[in-house]
Design a protein around this ligand. Structure first.
Ligand SMILES: [Zn+2]
Length: 223
């Protein structure tokens, strides 16, 4: 009787032989039940492990597939962007604002002339030398502006603004559409200056100024 056998074993915990016998005794109905249960539990656990392994493998395959797909999408988008960019560069010619200048101050420099660090690049040239817009766009501002002197702001297609300051004369009016290379004024020394030069600013999205030399270099124009 199973219950009796169990009780007998439990009452002799120090007798290893007696205690061990029921587990290895295949003739004991109780042991048979225990073994069957154990095997079922083991099988259950084994199949559980293999199921979770399979799931992990499936997940890994799916993840790899998704990564590959994402990479392909990224590459495609990069390629499309490269094409779009080269088309943009071809369509929207970016040019030098003038010729025969000399850079006298670069972006980020500090000087007693400026309340903060230099927000543009200074191109020194003789008074009256024509200044051209570096890209096509719309003149959104043209007039005297304190320390900037006579200043023209051109907003380009992508929202970038280029500022032309200290001009002797302004050759465009607000709202005017201009093509790259079109004249917007002449070199002068209006505003806060020590000599005639063009102070050129480059403001992506019309926001804070960035180094015009770097920005224009990215557009294929080397100042
Ligand atoms: Zn300047």
């Amino acid at each position: 009787m199973a219950l009796g056998a169990s009780a007998a074993v439990a009452s002799q915990p120090n007798d290893i032989l007696t205690a061990a016998r029921p587990a290895s005794d295949s003739f004991s109905p109780a042991a048979q039940v225990d073994t069957a249960d154990a095997r079922a539990a083991l099988l259950d656990r084994a199949s559980g492990v293999s199921r979770s392994q399979q799931r992990a493998a499936d997940d890994a395959v799916q993840e790899a597939t998704e990564i590959a797909r994402a990479r392909q999408t990224a590459l495609r988008s990069l390629a499309q962007r490269a094409v779009a960019r080269s088309t943009y560069l071809t369509e929207n010619r970016w040019v030098l604002p003038m010729t025969g200048y000399r850079i006298t101050a670069t972006f980020g420099q500090s000087s007693y002339l400026w309340s903060t660090v230099h927000t543009g690049v200074d191109l020194a040239a003789a008074t009256g030398v024509p200044i051209a817009t570096v890209g096509a766009g719309e003149v959104v501002s043209a007039g005297y502006d304190g320390s900037y002197g006579n200043k023209v702001v051109v907003r380009h297609d992508d929202g970038t603004e280029t500022w032309y300051a200290h001009m002797d004369s302004i050759g465009v009016t607000t709202g005017q559409q201009v093509e790259a290379g079109q004249g917007v004024g002449t070199v002068g020394s209006t505003g806060n200056v020590t000599g005639p030069h063009l102070h050129l600013e480059f403001r992506p999205g019309g926001g804070a100024p960035v180094d015009p030399q770097t920005a224009l270099a990215a557009l294929g124009v080397l100042l």
